[in-house]
Design a protein. Structure first.
Lengths: 113, 112
């Protein structure tokens, strides 16, 4: 079945550091790929998405590129802020249209001033 | 206006009790979901409904019964609560397949 493997956390970085959170997936066909962010005490919010190979999703300084050849969708940000501290989830929606999101295990990110 | 609202936000109850969690959305989306997030933050889908019809049931025990009285509501009823049911339950909605899902703020269920 479909699966998402995410970089284990927790990740702690200093403010203005470069961030990469790795995400790889296993799925048939061409799934849609997402990054969601969960701030403390809140539900998940969509951060960015990509629906086909070589698409780049971007939002709030975060970027991720859909790489079919490496089945990856790594999340990057050039300069993180304290307000980026949250749990980040990589997810896929299968190409068969069954509308189910399969999530990675989540990566807790803490940014220290 | 909150797009996806869940009630209650916190639910503390004894083992063996029956409880319900309500979810309402004002986005006009056709599809609604219930997810369970365990203590390690792992998220797993439980159910999905499309236009009040059950689409996905991911090997969830029979004690869990979703009910969709109309397109804007998907409630989750749990019978005979067990310790392992302690988790945060999230409702979500989407406008269609492969579309981003919009999540509620979650209901933290604690079983004593």
């Amino acid at each position: 079945g479909d699966s998402v493997t995410q970089m284990e956390g927790p990740v702690t970085l200093s403010e203005e550091a470069f961030l990469t959170i790795n995400c790889t997936y296993t799925a048939t066909g061409y799934p849609s790929l997402f990054w969601y962010v969960q701030y403390p005490g809140e539900g998940l919010q969509l951060l960015l998405k990509a629906t086909k190979a070589d698409d780049k999703g971007s939002n709030k300084g975060f970027e991720a590129t859909y790489r079919k050849e490496t089945t990856s969708f790594h999340l990057e940000k050039g300069s993180v802020q304290v307000s980026d501290s949250a749990v980040y989830f990589c997810a896929l929606s299968a190409a068969d249209g069954n509308e189910k999101l399969t999530f990675g295990t989540g990566t807790r990110l803490t940014i220290i001033p | 206006d909150t797009a996806v609202s869940q009630t209650p936000k916190y639910l503390v109850t004894q083992m063996g009790n029956d409880k319900s969690i309500k979810c309402e959305q004002n986005l006009g989306h056709d599809t609604m979901y219930w997810y369970k997030q365990d203590s390690k933050k792992f998220l797993k889908i439980m159910f999905s409904y499309n236009n009040k019809e059950l689409i996905i049931n991911e090997t969830v025990p029979n004690r869990f019964s979703p009910k969709s009285p109309d397109k804007a509501h998907l409630n989750l009823h749990i019978n005979s609560l067990e310790l392992g049911d302690s988790a945060v339950y999230f409702c979500a909605t989407a406008s269609g397949p492969n579309q981003p899902q919009h999540f509620g703020d979650g209901t933290r269920l604690s079983i004593l």
